[in-house]
Ligand binder design. Sequence first.
Ligand code: C2E
Ligand code: CA
Ligand code: CA
Ligand code: CA
Length: 278
Amino acid sequence: AAKESGDKHRRYHLDLDDAADEQARIGAELRVALDTGQFRLVYQPIVELPHGRIRAVEALVRWDHPLRGFVSPDQFIPAAERNGLIVELGAWILRTACAQAADWRADLGDLAPHKISVNVSARQLAQPGFSGVVAAALDETGLPVEHLTVEVTETAVFGGSHAVQALEELRDLGVSIALDDFGTGHSSLGLLQTVPVDVIKVDKSFVDNITMAGRHAVIATALIQVANGLGLRAVAEGVETAEQAAELHRLGYRLAQGYHFGRPVAQPDFSANAVVVT
Ligand code: C2E
Ligand code: CA
Ligand code: CA
Ligand code: CA
């Protein structure tokens, strides 16, 4: 068996020289991974500033690969998008996240996070009948719709003729919609005029360096004003230090996410939510 895995290792490195082969290999491996249950979800808290009470969690997928260990989504979501497997994987992610959220509600009641946020990729959003997939996940798991947010990027919104319609249908169902990586696309602000949105997730690139007076702080300030003016919630992403959290709070941010408050884990600790901070 040791020799076998050694061979596999070597083959993996050889394939890296050939992008097309690598794509095909990953595609086939993803199929097996889905069929044999190698995907896991981890959950990262989205907290209220300044005290850090958990308001929501974002579900993030991991591939628990038998040889390579945990593989990050940046390394397989693009391949799953290209070969279409994201549609099936995405449905699994939605169902699993909703089931987890329903479990937390049953076990913890109001200590459970108010929302679970699930990432949806371009190809999923573009598939006809996507809102039906979401409705089915809620139905099967019994999670009340007000506890679900879907996160989409600008690219996904422009990714197909069905995308905006799907978002309108989700909105009609009562699902919240978050624009992910906000501010990094070509027409982030324009999107707010045409797409039903509840939350903007201000990209980490604007949070980095926010404590140094400069462009980042100016843009972060403008974005919270846009959110407030339009009656949207804003989440600052990628908050890594107490200084960044304090500065964001000073600028008017009420919600934040990042390693400073908690890394993505299989079972976040919600017990601190019982503590009333004044
Ligand atoms: P994203 O949706 O923008 O998710 C945030 C990413 O930033 C996550 O990486 C998270 O672990 C990381 N992060 C959070 N706080 C910090 C911080 O303070 N510092 C730094 N350096 N990073 C932080 P992750 O889990 O590797 O996911 C990467 C991307 O893969 C996601 O970016 C999302 O685009 C995609 N993705 C993850 N899970 C899913 C999923 O279930 N479905 C789909 N379609 N895409 C997913
Ligand atoms: Ca996200
Ligand atoms: Ca993001
Ligand atoms: Ca991102």
